[in-house]
Design a protein around this ligand. Structure first.
Ligand SMILES: Cc1cc2nc3c(=O)[nH]c(=O)nc-3n(C[C@H](O)[C@H](O)[C@H](O)COP(=O)(O)O)c2cc1C
Length: 451
C-alpha cells in the first residue's frame, strides 16, 4: 500500500517535471528529479569499527540474569548485537554467598562461552562501572574476546585495559546521559590512553532499570533523548576527525516500535539499544512470571524507585517497594558489598536479591525493572518475530515520510510550471533553487535507507 503511494507520487512528480518549460533553469531541476530512484527502503546495518551488525539494534544488557546467553545469542542470530549483563550474575551460582566475586567471574565466563557456542553473530557484555569487581569482569570479557563491552553506571575512565582490548578486538562503549559526560570520558581517554571509545550509548530518561538522572531531571525537556542524542553526536565530531574514525552514537530509552527506530536514526544516531521489548521474548532468560508482569502491567503501575545503588530506577511499583520505602523491608544478609556506593541498610533491602527473586518469578519478594513503555507490551514473542515487526515498522515509517515529502513537492513543481509565464526570471531562478534544495534533501533521505 505504502509502496504504491510512493510509486504513484514519484511517477506524478517525474511526469510534472518533464512538462516544465525547457529553460536553462529547469534543466537541472528536471535532471535531479529524473535521478530519484524508486526506493527499496530498508534499515541500515550498524558499524562499530570493523564489527558490522546486519540490523541497527543492540539488545540492552539487563542485569541479574535477565539477559544471559539465551537472549543474547538469539538477538545476535537475528542480526542485532546480543548483550549479556554481568551484574550479580553470580547469583546463578550456589556459592554466591560464600564467594560472590568468584561466583560472578565463573558464571560470566560460562555465559559468554555458552552464547558463543550458539551463534556466530555479534556478542557484547554490559558491566556496571559501579560494581566492586568491574575490572575483573572486564578482564574476563577481554580474555573471552567478546565483540564489545558496554559500560554504564559510572565513568569508565580508570584502569581500562585499552591495549589488551585493541589486541583482542574488543570495542569499548560507554553509556552516557549527556554530552557533558561523553566529552569528559573522551577527554580523559585521550589524556590517559591516547585513544577514544569506539561508540557511545546515549540513554534517555524513559529507559528501564537504573537511570543516569536525578529525579528532577527525568521530566526536564533538556534531558530528553531527542535533545541529548544529537548533542552527543555533535560533541563527538572533533574526536571523529582527530582519530579518523567514525564513532557511532546509539540511542536508548523508550524506543518501542520500528517507527521509533526510524525516528531515532533521523536524529543522526547510528542505531538503538532496546531493553523492554526484549524482555517480552521467548528467549529472554527471565522466568515466565517476570515476562508476564510486563504483559499485565498498566501505565500507572510503572514508576520510580530510589535504588540502594544511589540512582533512581524505573520499575513496576508493588507492595515490596512500598513496604521498603516505609521501613518494612525484608531482613537480608549482604553477601559481599558488591557495589561500592550501596546504601542497602538505608533502603531496607538488597537490590541484587530483590531483582534475583523477581527474575525467578518470586515477584512478591522483589520487583521488576521496566522501561516507561512496558505497559504497551501485550504478548511474549520469539526474538525473530519481534525483529521482523520492527523491520516492517521501520520501513513503513520511512515510506510514509518519503511519500509525505513527494506529494507537496509535486504540487509545488506543478504550481511553478503554471506560473512560469507570469514570473520574472529572478523569481523563476529562486523557485528553481528552492525546489532543487528540496529534491536534494529528499535524495539524501532516500539514499540513507535504500539498500
Ligand atoms: C529489567 C531491566 C534490567 C536492566 N539492567 C541493566 C543493567 O544491568 N545495566 C545497564 O546498563 N542497563 C540495564 N537496563 C537498561 C537496558 O539495558 C536498556 O538500555 C534500557 O532498558 C532501554 O530502554 P527501554 O527498556 O525503554 O528499551 C535494564 C533494563 C531493564 C528493563
Amino acid at each position: 500500500m505504502d509502496t504504491l503511494r510512493i510509486d504513484n507520487a514519484l511517477s506524478t512528480l517525474k511526469k510534472i517535471a518533464e512538462e516544465l518549460p525547457a529553460t536553462s533553469f529547469s534543466r537541472s531541476l528536471r535532471e535531479a528529479i529524473r535521478s530519484i530512484r524508486f526506493p527499496v527502503l530498508n534499515w541500515p546495518s550498524l558499524r562499530i569499527g570493523d564489527k558490522i551488525a546486519r540490523i541497527p539494534v543492540i539488545q540492552g544488557g539487563m542485569g541479574i540474569g535477565i539477559s544471559l546467553s539465551g537472549l543474547a545469542s538469539a538477538v545476535a542470530d537475528s542480526g542485532g548485537i546480543g548483550v549479556i549483563a554481568a551484574n550479580a550474575i553470580g547469583l546463578l551460582e550456589r556459592d554466591y554467598f560464600r564467594d560472590g566475586r568468584a561466583a560472578n567471574l565463573r558464571a560470566f565466563r560460562r555465559e559468554i562461552r555458552a552464547a558463543r557456542s550458539r551463534t556466530g553473530g555479534l556478542l557484547g557484555v554490559n558491566i556496571m562501572v559501579a560494581v566492586n569487581d568491574f575490572h575483573q569482569l572486564l578482564d574476563v570479557a577481554v580474555e573471552e574476546k567478546v565483540d564489545l563491552v558496554i559500560m554504564g553506571a559510572g565513568l569508565p575512565i580508570k584502569g581500562i585495559p585499552v591495549e589488551a582490548m585493541r589486541r583482542n578486538g574488543v570495542k569499548a562503549v560507554p553509556i552516557v546521559s549527556s554530552a557533558r559526560a561523553a566529552e569528559l570520558i573522551f577527554r580523559m581517554w585521550k589524556k590517559s590512553f591516547n585513544d577514544v571509545p569506539d561508540a557511545v550509548v546515549c540513554e534517555g530518561p524513559l529507559a528501564g532499570g537504573h537511570l543516569g538522572y536525578s529525579v528532577d531531571q527525568i521530566d526536564d525537556p533538556d534531558c530528553r533523548l531527542e535533545t541529548t542524542a544529537p548533542a552527543i553526536v555533535a560533541a563527538l565530531k572533533p574526536y571523529e576527525e582527530e582519530f579518523e574514525r567514525s564513532i557511532p552514537v546509539i540511542a536508548a530509552g523508550g524506543i518501542f516500535t520500528g517507527a521509533d527506530i526510524h525516528d531515532a536514526l533521523t536524529m543522526g544516531v547510528a542505531g538503538v539499544q532496546m531493553g523492554t521489548r526484549f524482555v517480552a521474548t521467548d528467549e529472554c532468560d527471565a522466568s515466565d512470571a517476570f515476562k508476564q508482569a510486563y504483559v499485565d502491567c498498566t501505565e500507572d503501575q510503572i514508576g520510580l524507585i530510589k535504588s540502594p545503588v544511589g540512582m533512581p530506577g524505573r520499575a513496576i511499583r508493588n507492595e515490596f517497594i512500598v513496604a521498603a520505602e516505609e521501613g518494612r523491608g525484608p531482613s537480608f544478609r549482604c553477601a559481599w558489598k558488591c557495589l561500592s556506593s550501596c546504601k542497602a541498610e538505608a533502603a531496607n533491602y538488597c537490590i541484587s536479591l530483590a531483582l534475583n527473586n523477581a527474575r525467578k518469578g518470586k515477584l512478591e519478594r522483589g520487583f521488576v525493572f521496566v522501561g516507561s513503555n512496558a505497559h504497551r507490551v501485550h504478548e511474549v514473542v520469539p526474538v525473530a518475530t519481534l525483529i521482523e515487526e520492527l523491520r516492517v515498522g521501520f520501513r513503513r515509517r520511512a515510506q510514509e515520510r518519503i511519500a509525505g515529502r513527494l506529494k507537496p513537492l509535486a504540487a509545488d513543481v506543478r504550481r511553478l510550471w503554471r506560473e512560469y509565464e507570469q514570473l520574472g526570471s529572478q523569481k523563476i531562478r529562486e523557485a528553481h533553487a528552492a525546489l532543487l534544495a528540496r529534491v536534494k534533501e529528499l535524495q539524501l533521505e532516500v539514499s540513507a535507507f535504500t539498500t
